[in-house]
Design a protein around this ligand. Structure first.
Ligand code: GDP
Length: 433
Protein backbone atom coordinates (compact mmCIF):
# COMPACT_ATOMS: atom_id res chain seq x y z
CA UNK A 1 0.00 0.00 0.00
CA UNK A 2 1.04 3.60 -0.44
CA UNK A 3 1.87 5.83 2.48
CA UNK A 4 1.30 9.57 2.72
CA UNK A 5 2.97 11.43 5.58
CA UNK A 6 1.99 14.80 6.98
CA UNK A 7 4.83 17.00 8.24
CA UNK A 8 5.02 20.52 9.55
CA UNK A 9 5.63 22.45 12.71
CA UNK A 10 3.19 22.15 15.64
CA UNK A 11 -0.21 23.82 15.55
CA UNK A 12 -0.45 24.32 11.81
CA UNK A 13 -3.39 21.90 11.80
CA UNK A 14 -1.80 18.57 10.90
CA UNK A 15 -3.91 16.43 13.17
CA UNK A 16 -7.12 18.19 12.10
CA UNK A 17 -6.34 17.29 8.51
CA UNK A 18 -5.27 13.81 9.52
CA UNK A 19 -8.52 13.19 11.36
CA UNK A 20 -10.49 14.52 8.44
CA UNK A 21 -8.69 12.22 6.02
CA UNK A 22 -9.14 9.02 7.99
CA UNK A 23 -12.51 9.64 9.61
CA UNK A 24 -14.91 8.41 7.02
CA UNK A 25 -13.31 5.05 6.68
CA UNK A 26 -12.52 4.70 10.33
CA UNK A 27 -16.15 4.95 11.26
CA UNK A 28 -17.17 2.20 8.87
CA UNK A 29 -14.35 -0.25 9.20
CA UNK A 30 -12.96 0.01 12.63
CA UNK A 31 -15.61 -0.54 15.26
CA UNK A 32 -13.82 -3.23 17.23
CA UNK A 33 -10.25 -2.32 17.96
CA UNK A 34 -9.22 0.57 20.15
CA UNK A 35 -9.25 3.94 18.47
CA UNK A 36 -6.77 5.67 20.67
CA UNK A 37 -4.15 3.10 19.77
CA UNK A 38 -3.52 4.65 16.39
CA UNK A 39 -3.88 8.34 16.74
CA UNK A 40 -1.16 8.82 14.20
CA UNK A 41 -1.92 6.22 11.62
CA UNK A 42 -4.99 5.48 9.57
CA UNK A 43 -6.30 4.41 6.22
CA UNK A 44 -8.24 6.47 3.78
CA UNK A 45 -9.84 6.00 0.43
CA UNK A 46 -10.26 8.54 -2.36
CA UNK A 47 -11.36 7.95 -5.94
CA UNK A 48 -11.20 4.25 -5.30
CA UNK A 49 -7.59 4.33 -4.16
CA UNK A 50 -6.77 3.24 -0.62
CA UNK A 51 -3.69 4.55 1.13
CA UNK A 52 -2.28 5.06 4.60
CA UNK A 53 -1.82 8.39 6.25
CA UNK A 54 0.76 9.05 8.96
CA UNK A 55 0.68 12.17 11.05
CA UNK A 56 4.36 12.40 11.87
CA UNK A 57 3.74 15.22 14.31
CA UNK A 58 1.08 13.38 16.20
CA UNK A 59 3.20 12.55 19.17
CA UNK A 60 3.68 16.17 20.20
CA UNK A 61 0.05 17.25 20.03
CA UNK A 62 -0.38 20.32 22.16
CA UNK A 63 3.28 21.06 22.68
CA UNK A 64 4.25 24.45 21.34
CA UNK A 65 7.95 24.39 21.92
CA UNK A 66 9.06 21.59 19.71
CA UNK A 67 12.76 21.46 19.12
CA UNK A 68 14.06 21.74 15.64
CA UNK A 69 15.77 18.42 16.21
CA UNK A 70 12.39 16.79 16.56
CA UNK A 71 11.13 18.40 13.38
CA UNK A 72 14.20 17.06 11.62
CA UNK A 73 13.41 13.55 12.80
CA UNK A 74 9.82 13.90 11.81
CA UNK A 75 10.75 14.92 8.30
CA UNK A 76 13.41 12.21 8.00
CA UNK A 77 10.83 9.64 9.01
CA UNK A 78 8.46 10.91 6.34
CA UNK A 79 11.22 10.90 3.76
CA UNK A 80 12.15 7.30 4.57
CA UNK A 81 8.71 5.83 4.93
CA UNK A 82 6.30 7.74 2.74
CA UNK A 83 5.47 7.70 -0.95
CA UNK A 84 4.23 11.28 -0.83
CA UNK A 85 4.58 14.07 1.70
CA UNK A 86 2.11 16.72 2.75
CA UNK A 87 4.04 19.68 4.09
CA UNK A 88 1.62 21.83 6.01
CA UNK A 89 2.06 25.50 6.77
CA UNK A 90 -0.21 28.09 8.34
CA UNK A 91 -1.42 31.22 6.57
CA UNK A 92 -2.12 32.94 9.89
CA UNK A 93 1.51 32.96 10.92
CA UNK A 94 2.96 33.23 7.44
CA UNK A 95 6.38 31.81 6.59
CA UNK A 96 8.36 30.98 9.73
CA UNK A 97 11.94 29.95 10.26
CA UNK A 98 10.86 26.45 11.04
CA UNK A 99 8.97 26.25 7.74
CA UNK A 100 12.19 27.19 6.02
CA UNK A 101 14.10 24.54 7.94
CA UNK A 102 11.62 21.88 6.86
CA UNK A 103 11.81 23.13 3.28
CA UNK A 104 15.57 22.68 3.34
CA UNK A 105 15.21 19.08 4.39
CA UNK A 106 12.62 18.43 1.72
CA UNK A 107 14.56 20.00 -1.10
CA UNK A 108 16.66 16.92 -1.80
CA UNK A 109 13.67 14.59 -1.78
CA UNK A 110 12.55 13.01 -5.03
CA UNK A 111 9.11 12.08 -3.75
CA UNK A 112 6.02 14.15 -4.53
CA UNK A 113 5.67 16.96 -2.01
CA UNK A 114 2.43 18.81 -1.49
CA UNK A 115 2.83 22.19 0.08
CA UNK A 116 -0.46 22.80 1.83
CA UNK A 117 -1.37 26.21 3.21
CA UNK A 118 -3.90 25.68 5.96
CA UNK A 119 -6.50 27.93 7.60
CA UNK A 120 -7.33 29.58 4.29
CA UNK A 121 -11.01 30.32 4.75
CA UNK A 122 -11.39 33.82 3.31
CA UNK A 123 -10.49 35.55 0.05
CA UNK A 124 -7.99 37.73 1.87
CA UNK A 125 -6.21 34.69 3.23
CA UNK A 126 -6.24 33.23 -0.26
CA UNK A 127 -4.15 36.25 -1.28
CA UNK A 128 -1.95 36.03 1.79
CA UNK A 129 -1.08 32.44 0.91
CA UNK A 130 1.00 33.61 -2.02
CA UNK A 131 3.80 34.49 0.39
CA UNK A 132 4.58 30.76 0.54
CA UNK A 133 5.94 30.92 -3.01
CA UNK A 134 9.03 32.28 -1.30
CA UNK A 135 9.79 28.78 0.02
CA UNK A 136 10.66 27.82 -3.51
CA UNK A 137 8.58 24.65 -3.53
CA UNK A 138 6.38 25.88 -6.36
CA UNK A 139 2.61 25.59 -6.45
CA UNK A 140 0.73 25.07 -3.22
CA UNK A 141 -2.74 23.94 -2.20
CA UNK A 142 -4.90 26.08 0.01
CA UNK A 143 -7.23 24.35 2.40
CA UNK A 144 -9.17 24.78 5.58
CA UNK A 145 -8.76 21.55 7.44
CA UNK A 146 -11.51 22.56 9.85
CA UNK A 147 -14.18 23.18 7.22
CA UNK A 148 -12.69 20.73 4.75
CA UNK A 149 -12.61 23.21 1.88
CA UNK A 150 -9.85 22.47 -0.60
CA UNK A 151 -9.19 18.99 0.74
CA UNK A 152 -10.99 17.31 -2.18
CA UNK A 153 -8.69 18.95 -4.70
CA UNK A 154 -5.70 18.11 -2.54
CA UNK A 155 -6.71 14.45 -2.41
CA UNK A 156 -7.24 14.37 -6.17
CA UNK A 157 -3.70 15.58 -6.65
CA UNK A 158 -2.24 13.17 -4.08
CA UNK A 159 -3.95 10.11 -5.49
CA UNK A 160 -2.74 11.07 -8.94
CA UNK A 161 0.85 11.30 -7.72
CA UNK A 162 0.94 7.99 -5.82
CA UNK A 163 2.95 5.20 -7.42
CA UNK A 164 0.92 2.92 -9.63
CA UNK A 165 -0.29 -0.18 -7.83
CA UNK A 166 2.10 -2.93 -8.83
CA UNK A 167 0.37 -5.99 -10.12
CA UNK A 168 1.85 -8.47 -7.74
CA UNK A 169 1.51 -11.68 -9.63
CA UNK A 170 -0.38 -14.13 -7.46
CA UNK A 171 2.66 -15.77 -5.98
CA UNK A 172 1.81 -18.67 -3.77
CA UNK A 173 4.63 -17.87 -1.40
CA UNK A 174 3.87 -16.36 1.99
CA UNK A 175 5.27 -12.96 2.78
CA UNK A 176 6.35 -12.61 6.38
CA UNK A 177 7.20 -9.34 8.11
CA UNK A 178 9.34 -9.63 11.22
CA UNK A 179 8.28 -6.76 13.44
CA UNK A 180 8.73 -5.63 17.01
CA UNK A 181 10.22 -2.96 19.20
CA UNK A 182 13.95 -2.16 19.03
CA UNK A 183 16.02 -4.87 20.75
CA UNK A 184 13.21 -7.39 20.78
CA UNK A 185 15.58 -9.60 18.81
CA UNK A 186 14.37 -9.21 15.23
CA UNK A 187 17.82 -9.31 13.67
CA UNK A 188 18.84 -12.19 15.90
CA UNK A 189 15.72 -14.09 14.91
CA UNK A 190 16.31 -13.52 11.22
CA UNK A 191 19.92 -14.57 11.60
CA UNK A 192 18.92 -17.69 13.52
CA UNK A 193 16.51 -18.44 10.74
CA UNK A 194 18.51 -17.83 7.63
CA UNK A 195 22.07 -17.40 8.84
CA UNK A 196 24.48 -15.39 6.82
CA UNK A 197 22.51 -15.83 3.60
CA UNK A 198 20.61 -12.69 4.31
CA UNK A 199 23.56 -10.72 3.14
CA UNK A 200 23.40 -12.22 -0.35
CA UNK A 201 20.45 -10.08 -1.19
CA UNK A 202 20.27 -9.08 -4.80
CA UNK A 203 20.14 -5.36 -4.92
CA UNK A 204 18.33 -4.48 -8.09
CA UNK A 205 19.24 -0.98 -9.12
CA UNK A 206 16.46 1.51 -8.76
CA UNK A 207 14.35 -0.57 -6.48
CA UNK A 208 14.73 0.53 -2.94
CA UNK A 209 12.07 -1.06 -0.83
CA UNK A 210 10.90 -4.07 -2.70
CA UNK A 211 14.38 -5.43 -3.24
CA UNK A 212 14.31 -6.05 0.49
CA UNK A 213 11.59 -8.55 -0.05
CA UNK A 214 13.65 -11.67 -0.39
CA UNK A 215 12.77 -15.27 -1.00
CA UNK A 216 14.09 -17.98 1.27
CA UNK A 217 13.68 -21.67 1.79
CA UNK A 218 14.17 -22.98 5.30
CA UNK A 219 12.90 -26.14 7.00
CA UNK A 220 11.22 -27.09 3.74
CA UNK A 221 9.13 -23.93 3.57
CA UNK A 222 9.31 -21.28 0.89
CA UNK A 223 8.65 -17.78 2.15
CA UNK A 224 9.48 -14.17 1.51
CA UNK A 225 10.85 -12.04 4.29
CA UNK A 226 9.71 -8.46 4.12
CA UNK A 227 12.65 -6.71 5.67
CA UNK A 228 12.99 -3.01 6.23
CA UNK A 229 16.33 -3.23 7.98
CA UNK A 230 18.10 -1.98 4.86
CA UNK A 231 16.27 1.31 4.80
CA UNK A 232 16.68 1.67 8.50
CA UNK A 233 20.42 1.35 8.31
CA UNK A 234 20.61 4.21 5.85
CA UNK A 235 18.41 6.43 7.93
CA UNK A 236 19.56 9.12 10.28
CA UNK A 237 16.56 8.62 12.50
CA UNK A 238 17.03 6.41 15.47
CA UNK A 239 14.17 4.61 17.07
CA UNK A 240 14.41 6.31 20.41
CA UNK A 241 10.81 7.43 20.38
CA UNK A 242 8.15 4.77 20.47
CA UNK A 243 6.25 6.55 17.76
CA UNK A 244 9.12 6.25 15.32
CA UNK A 245 9.77 2.60 15.94
CA UNK A 246 6.10 1.78 15.46
CA UNK A 247 5.86 3.81 12.27
CA UNK A 248 8.94 2.00 11.01
CA UNK A 249 6.82 -1.14 10.84
CA UNK A 250 4.03 0.28 8.72
CA UNK A 251 5.38 -0.54 5.31
CA UNK A 252 6.64 -3.99 6.25
CA UNK A 253 3.26 -4.82 7.75
CA UNK A 254 1.35 -3.52 4.77
CA UNK A 255 3.46 -5.54 2.38
CA UNK A 256 3.11 -8.80 4.25
CA UNK A 257 0.62 -11.63 4.59
CA UNK A 258 1.65 -12.59 8.08
CA UNK A 259 3.33 -10.45 10.74
CA UNK A 260 5.73 -12.22 13.02
CA UNK A 261 5.67 -10.02 16.10
CA UNK A 262 8.64 -10.45 18.38
CA UNK A 263 8.36 -9.37 21.95
CA UNK A 264 11.05 -9.34 24.60
CA UNK A 265 10.15 -11.79 27.36
CA UNK A 266 12.12 -9.81 29.88
CA UNK A 267 9.96 -6.75 29.27
CA UNK A 268 6.46 -8.14 28.87
CA UNK A 269 3.86 -6.95 26.43
CA UNK A 270 4.08 -3.20 26.58
CA UNK A 271 2.57 -0.21 24.80
CA UNK A 272 4.86 -0.43 21.84
CA UNK A 273 4.22 -4.15 21.36
CA UNK A 274 0.51 -3.47 21.52
CA UNK A 275 0.72 -0.64 19.00
CA UNK A 276 2.42 -2.92 16.50
CA UNK A 277 -0.02 -5.72 17.22
CA UNK A 278 -2.97 -3.44 16.48
CA UNK A 279 -1.29 -2.06 13.40
CA UNK A 280 -1.15 -5.61 12.02
CA UNK A 281 -4.71 -6.32 13.10
CA UNK A 282 -5.97 -3.10 11.56
CA UNK A 283 -4.36 -4.11 8.28
CA UNK A 284 -6.01 -7.51 8.61
CA UNK A 285 -2.73 -9.38 8.39
CA UNK A 286 -2.06 -12.76 9.90
CA UNK A 287 -0.28 -12.53 13.26
CA UNK A 288 2.05 -14.81 15.18
CA UNK A 289 3.41 -13.62 18.49
CA UNK A 290 6.89 -14.83 19.38
CA UNK A 291 7.96 -14.32 22.97
CA UNK A 292 11.71 -14.08 22.48
CA UNK A 293 14.59 -14.36 24.98
CA UNK A 294 12.70 -17.12 26.77
CA UNK A 295 16.12 -18.48 27.77
CA UNK A 296 16.47 -15.50 30.12
CA UNK A 297 13.27 -16.13 32.02
CA UNK A 298 13.30 -18.10 35.23
CA UNK A 299 10.55 -20.63 34.91
CA UNK A 300 8.18 -22.05 37.45
CA UNK A 301 5.26 -24.37 36.85
CA UNK A 302 2.89 -21.80 35.40
CA UNK A 303 5.24 -19.20 33.97
CA UNK A 304 4.40 -19.94 30.34
CA UNK A 305 0.68 -20.16 30.98
CA UNK A 306 0.63 -16.91 32.89
CA UNK A 307 2.65 -15.08 30.29
CA UNK A 308 0.34 -16.33 27.59
CA UNK A 309 -2.76 -15.33 29.55
CA UNK A 310 -1.33 -11.86 30.07
CA UNK A 311 -0.84 -11.38 26.32
CA UNK A 312 -4.34 -12.60 25.57
CA UNK A 313 -5.78 -10.16 28.07
CA UNK A 314 -3.96 -7.33 26.35
CA UNK A 315 -5.02 -8.33 22.85
CA UNK A 316 -8.68 -9.02 23.61
CA UNK A 317 -11.01 -9.38 21.82
CA UNK A 318 -8.63 -10.78 19.20
CA UNK A 319 -7.24 -13.64 21.24
CA UNK A 320 -7.18 -16.43 18.67
CA UNK A 321 -3.51 -15.81 17.94
CA UNK A 322 -0.59 -18.27 18.24
CA UNK A 323 1.89 -17.39 20.97
CA UNK A 324 5.21 -19.22 20.85
CA UNK A 325 8.04 -19.01 23.34
CA UNK A 326 11.37 -18.91 21.57
CA UNK A 327 14.99 -18.01 21.91
CA UNK A 328 16.74 -16.52 18.93
CA UNK A 329 19.96 -17.11 20.84
CA UNK A 330 19.63 -20.86 21.42
CA UNK A 331 17.38 -21.28 18.37
CA UNK A 332 14.73 -22.87 20.52
CA UNK A 333 11.44 -23.31 18.57
CA UNK A 334 12.59 -21.34 15.54
CA UNK A 335 11.24 -24.11 13.34
CA UNK A 336 7.95 -24.09 15.21
CA UNK A 337 7.71 -20.33 14.70
CA UNK A 338 8.03 -20.61 10.93
CA UNK A 339 5.79 -23.64 10.71
CA UNK A 340 3.12 -21.70 12.60
CA UNK A 341 3.53 -18.62 10.42
CA UNK A 342 2.97 -20.84 7.36
CA UNK A 343 -0.15 -22.29 9.00
CA UNK A 344 -1.50 -18.82 9.71
CA UNK A 345 -0.84 -17.94 6.07
CA UNK A 346 -2.87 -20.98 5.00
CA UNK A 347 -5.65 -20.13 7.44
CA UNK A 348 -5.85 -16.65 6.00
CA UNK A 349 -5.97 -17.91 2.43
CA UNK A 350 -8.72 -20.45 2.88
CA UNK A 351 -11.93 -20.03 0.94
CA UNK A 352 -15.10 -21.58 2.30
CA UNK A 353 -17.71 -22.52 -0.24
CA UNK A 354 -21.06 -20.79 0.01
CA UNK A 355 -22.93 -24.04 0.47
CA UNK A 356 -20.66 -25.21 3.27
CA UNK A 357 -20.81 -21.85 4.96
CA UNK A 358 -24.60 -21.78 4.84
CA UNK A 359 -24.79 -25.35 6.11
CA UNK A 360 -22.76 -24.46 9.15
CA UNK A 361 -23.39 -20.81 9.95
CA UNK A 362 -27.01 -20.32 8.95
CA UNK A 363 -28.14 -22.89 11.48
CA UNK A 364 -26.22 -21.16 14.21
CA UNK A 365 -27.61 -17.75 13.32
CA UNK A 366 -31.14 -19.11 13.16
CA UNK A 367 -30.89 -20.84 16.51
CA UNK A 368 -29.53 -17.75 18.16
CA UNK A 369 -30.63 -14.79 16.02
CA UNK A 370 -29.64 -11.14 16.53
CA UNK A 371 -31.69 -9.44 19.27
CA UNK A 372 -34.97 -7.99 18.01
CA UNK A 373 -35.11 -4.23 17.70
CA UNK A 374 -38.33 -2.53 18.86
CA UNK A 375 -40.31 -5.63 18.02
CA UNK A 376 -38.67 -6.06 14.65
CA UNK A 377 -36.91 -9.34 13.98
CA UNK A 378 -33.69 -9.59 12.08
CA UNK A 379 -33.81 -12.48 9.64
CA UNK A 380 -30.64 -13.72 8.04
CA UNK A 381 -31.22 -15.22 4.59
CA UNK A 382 -27.83 -16.54 3.59
CA UNK A 383 -24.14 -15.87 3.85
CA UNK A 384 -21.02 -16.02 1.73
CA UNK A 385 -17.32 -15.29 1.78
CA UNK A 386 -16.10 -12.29 -0.19
CA UNK A 387 -13.25 -12.83 -2.68
CA UNK A 388 -10.84 -10.64 -0.69
CA UNK A 389 -7.25 -11.39 0.40
CA UNK A 390 -8.30 -11.44 4.03
CA UNK A 391 -11.33 -13.43 5.17
CA UNK A 392 -14.52 -11.41 5.04
CA UNK A 393 -18.01 -12.80 5.33
CA UNK A 394 -21.31 -11.23 4.44
CA UNK A 395 -24.55 -12.19 6.09
CA UNK A 396 -27.54 -10.98 4.11
CA UNK A 397 -30.45 -9.93 6.28
CA UNK A 398 -33.69 -7.96 6.15
CA UNK A 399 -32.62 -5.41 8.77
CA UNK A 400 -28.81 -5.43 8.89
CA UNK A 401 -28.68 -2.02 10.56
CA UNK A 402 -29.94 -3.55 13.80
CA UNK A 403 -27.10 -6.02 14.08
CA UNK A 404 -24.59 -4.65 16.56
CA UNK A 405 -20.95 -5.45 17.33
CA UNK A 406 -21.54 -7.91 20.18
CA UNK A 407 -23.58 -10.08 17.86
CA UNK A 408 -20.99 -9.86 15.12
CA UNK A 409 -18.42 -10.95 17.67
CA UNK A 410 -20.64 -13.89 18.60
CA UNK A 411 -20.81 -14.93 14.94
CA UNK A 412 -17.05 -14.48 14.59
CA UNK A 413 -16.39 -16.67 17.61
CA UNK A 414 -18.66 -19.37 16.24
CA UNK A 415 -16.82 -19.23 12.93
CA UNK A 416 -13.54 -19.61 14.77
CA UNK A 417 -14.90 -22.70 16.54
CA UNK A 418 -15.87 -24.35 13.27
CA UNK A 419 -13.09 -23.20 10.97
CA UNK A 420 -9.44 -22.63 11.66
CA UNK A 421 -8.75 -18.92 11.58
CA UNK A 422 -6.07 -18.94 14.23
CA UNK A 423 -3.87 -15.89 13.83
CA UNK A 424 -6.17 -14.33 11.27
CA UNK A 425 -8.38 -11.28 11.75
CA UNK A 426 -11.73 -11.91 10.09
CA UNK A 427 -14.41 -9.40 9.18
CA UNK A 428 -18.13 -10.04 9.43
CA UNK A 429 -20.57 -7.81 7.56
CA UNK A 430 -24.33 -7.72 7.73
CA UNK A 431 -25.91 -6.36 4.59
CA UNK A 432 -29.32 -5.77 3.13
CA UNK A 433 -30.54 -8.56 0.94
P1 GDP B 1 16.38 -6.00 17.07
O1 GDP B 1 16.62 -4.57 17.37
O2 GDP B 1 14.94 -6.35 17.30
O3 GDP B 1 16.86 -6.45 15.74
O4 GDP B 1 17.18 -6.83 18.19
P2 GDP B 1 18.58 -7.61 18.10
O5 GDP B 1 18.40 -8.86 17.30
O6 GDP B 1 19.63 -6.69 17.68
O7 GDP B 1 18.77 -8.07 19.61
C1 GDP B 1 18.91 -7.15 20.67
C2 GDP B 1 19.76 -7.77 21.79
O8 GDP B 1 19.07 -8.87 22.38
C3 GDP B 1 21.07 -8.30 21.31
O9 GDP B 1 22.02 -8.01 22.28
C4 GDP B 1 20.85 -9.81 21.19
O10 GDP B 1 22.02 -10.53 21.34
C5 GDP B 1 19.88 -10.05 22.31
N1 GDP B 1 19.00 -11.21 22.03
C6 GDP B 1 18.22 -11.37 20.94
N2 GDP B 1 17.54 -12.54 21.03
C7 GDP B 1 17.89 -13.12 22.20
C8 GDP B 1 17.52 -14.35 22.87
O11 GDP B 1 16.69 -15.16 22.41
N3 GDP B 1 18.08 -14.59 24.09
C9 GDP B 1 18.97 -13.73 24.63
N4 GDP B 1 19.48 -14.07 25.82
N5 GDP B 1 19.36 -12.59 24.04
C10 GDP B 1 18.83 -12.28 22.84
Amino acid sequence: GSIVAIVGRPNVGKSTLFNRLIQRREAIVDAVSGVTRDRNYGKTEWNGRTFSVIDTGGYVVGSDDIFEVEIDKQVELAIDEADAIIFMVDVESGVTGMDEAVTNLLRRVKKPIFLVVNKVDTAIRQNDASEFYSLGLGEYHTISSISGSGTGELLDAIVEALPAIEEKEEEEIPRFAVVGRPNAGKSSFINALIGEDRYIVTDIAGTTRDSLDTKYNRFGFDFNLVDTAGIRKKSKVSEDLEFYSVMRSVRAIENSDVCILLIDATRGFEGQDQSIFWLAEKNKKGIVVLVNKWDLVEKETNTTKEFEAMIRRETAPFTDVPIIFISALTKQRIFKAIETAVEVYENRKQKISTSKLNDTMLDIVKQNPPPAHKGKYVKVKYCMQLPSPTPQFVFYANLPQYVKDPYKRYVENKMREIYNFTGVPIVIHFRKK
